[in-house]
Write a protein that binds this ligand. Structure first.
Ligand SMILES: Cc1ncc(COP(=O)(O)O)c(C=O)c1O
Length: 374
């Protein structure tokens, strides 16, 4: 079978586990226009080996975009251009940690980030979350015991739980990081996908503390295939990443994609696309929420991002439910995937970004049928 994308779907299946943008939302028109604009320029630097930290014109344009959307000034000199958050996490582990170091992660957390931490033999310690995100109350005791080098958080519209870290806890976390000298890796991939109310201040606001690395990406707001993102940190930390042998040989990461996206930013196309996808996703979120009500499950209604995290009825196992669901033509991600402790077997994650509202409703209906067979 020939495969071009990360997921291969079974015929007729609705896979509510896929956390990708739907194909129709992949900003083809935006990128076509942006590419035409970029190729019309005399400057061919975007086709050359790139500057270590990323193209300076792009960093300036990105800083403007982020300052506008975050509501505070972001300095271009604090931005390092990456191949997306996945690559940035890999780089941070490679250059800012050592084998055996301890990393704190939320329980549950983004399962593929857990793979990256395992790749570098980091010792993973889970930290519990609630409706306000990572619980900071007893964190100090845990920190004293385990002496973490890193703490990985998805502070807004968390994958998979959908919760966001409150402003008070953000401040507390930074305070603890300063006192006990660990680095906070804030994965802010969903920060710009806020559909209701005010988003808390991005963790990027705290990079001056030198304890915070803020990670962002164009994957969810433009197209994952660009493999383009950024790492925001104090310039002293950025310098360590730019010393990478790979960057010294291959140049700064992704000059081609950043050239295209520079045009998308300059022409206002990214802003337009962002408002468009926010509208679409917020309708999908509401459709899934309405469809989920009759299932009588405990869950938090997200205010942004991509996901619902559902607690199953007492005694129902997520992996067994998945077998039953596949028979009904629907799929999802079972809770244990998101646990660093092989727990959470009574949770499942559904995503609302990949299908239109009719298919989302149909998928949830099939899930309901599957639950009734258990
Ligand atoms: C929390 C989180 N971080 C990172 C990523 C991947 O980001 P990128 O495509 O920039 O590597 C995802 C994608 O699902 C995600 O949910």
């Amino acid at each position: 079978m020939i495969q071009s994308t990360q997921f291969a779907l079974r015929e007729g299946e609705i896979h509510l586990g896929i956390g990708h943008p739907e194909e129709s939302l992949l900003a083809k028109d935006v990128l076509r226009q942006a590419a035409a604009h970029r190729f019309a320029q005399e400057d061919a630097a975007f086709l050359q080996y790139g500057a270590d930290f990323g193209d300076d014109f792009f960093r300036l344009e990105l800083a403007k975009f982020l300052s506008n959307h975050y509501g505070f000034a972001v300095d271009a000199s604090s931005l390092y251009i990456t191949n997306g958050i996945s690559q940035a996490l890999d780089f941070v582990c490679r250059y800012l940690s050592q084998r055996g170091d301890t990393i704190f992660v939320e329980e549950p957390s983004y399962f593929l980030a857990l793979h990256i931490f395992a790749d570098y033999d980091l010792t993973i310690i889970p930290v519990t979350i609630d409706a306000d995100g990572l619980i900071t109350d007893n964190l100090e005791t845990l920190i004293k015991k385990h002496k973490p080098k890193l703490l990985y958080t998805i502070p807004i519209h968390q994958n998979p739980s959908g919760v966001s870290l409150s402003e008070k806890r953000r401040e507390k976390l930074v305070e603890l990081a300063q006192t006990y000298d660990f680095l906070i890796l804030a994965d802010e991939v969903y920060h710009l996908l806020n559909y209701e109310g005010h988003a808390p201040k991005a963790m990027a606001a705290y990079i001056d503390s030198k304890q915070v690395i803020s990670l962002g990406s164009f994957s969810k707001i433009l197209a994952p295939g660009l493999r383009l993102g950024w790492l925001g940190a104090d310039p002293s930390l950025l310098a360590k990443l730019a010393l990478s042998g790979m960057v010294q040989s291959g140049g700064g990461l992704n000059p081609f994609s950043s050239g295209l996206v520079r045009s998308a930013l300059e022409l206002g196309l990214q802003d337009n696309h962002l408002s468009y996808v926010k509208d679409v996703y917020s309708q999908r979120l509401e459709a899934m929420y309405d469809a989920l009500k009759p299932l009588n499950l405990k869950f938090h209604k997200p205010k942004g991002g991509y996901f619902f995290w559902l607690e199953l009825p007492e005694g129902m196992d997520a992996n067994l439910l998945l077998d039953a669901a596949i028979k009904q033509g629907v799929s999802f991600q079972p809770g244990p995937k998101f646990s660093s402790q092989e727990k959470l077997s009574h949770f499942i994650r559904l995503c609302f970004s990949y299908y239109d509202t009719d298919l989302l409703k149909e998928g949830v209906k099939r899930l309901h049928t599957a639950m009734n067979t258990m």
